[in-house]
Design a protein around this ligand. Structure first.
Ligand SMILES: [Zn+2]
Length: 182
């Protein structure tokens, strides 16, 4: 758990860039999977930056953390209609310090890559293509598959600055994120 006081948050102009990146990522990912995110969003997943995270949702190192919460449909008092809800927790401080360290990276394409990558994880969890509680080896294999899929979705768009992001991931093979259950 991190001391939130010492962490660097996205500034207002950076938040605007990240918001736009989220919209573009949702668009491209929903097209790739031929599904409508409008109905999905807020019911099955949400994306928050550091300002919207509780202390347990903050990590050091990864750019994002996916936390699975178990929701319950309000209209029934029986325990049978539980559903998984995924919160994609963007870690402003890790993203900003990496941008500082690698000046060839730009926030917009970097954020598009990260968010697209996280959305693919969430889709694969909800479609049961990947178990949430997988072994460390399975998690690493899944991470490689999700990177591959992310590149397949984003490459054709030829977004400015995206090649530098691909380069970054080729050079730094570390997991981009962490997943845990609440
Ligand atoms: Zn990942």
């Amino acid at each position: 758990m991190a001391t939130t006081a010492a962490l660097q948050y996205f500034r207002e102009d950076e938040l605007r860039v990240v918001n736009e990146a989220v919209a573009v990522s949702e668009d491209m990912t929903s097209n790739a999977y031929k599904m409508s995110f409008a109905e999905w969003r807020r019911r099955r997943y949400d994306i928050k930056t550091l300002a919207g995270l509780s202390p347990e949702e903050i990590v050091q190192g990864p750019f994002a953390q996916i936390i699975r919460y178990v929701g319950r449909k309000a209209e029934t008092s029986l325990g049978s209609s539980k559903y998984d809800f995924y919160k994609i927790c963007l870690q402003d401080h890790s993203i900003l310090s990496t941008l500082n360290e690698f000046p060839e990276l730009r926030l917009f394409p970097f954020a598009v890559y990260i968010v697209t990558h996280e959305l693919i994880h969430v889709i694969r969890f909800t479609k049961f293509l990947q178990a949430f509680d997988a072994s460390p080896q399975e998690k690493m294999d899944e991470e490689a598959r999700v990177h591959e899929k992310t590149i397949a979705i984003l490459k054709p768009a030829r977004m400015a600055g995206m090649e530098a992001v691909f380069e970054f991931y080729r050079a730094w093979q570390e997991p981009l994120d962490r997943v845990k259950s609440a």
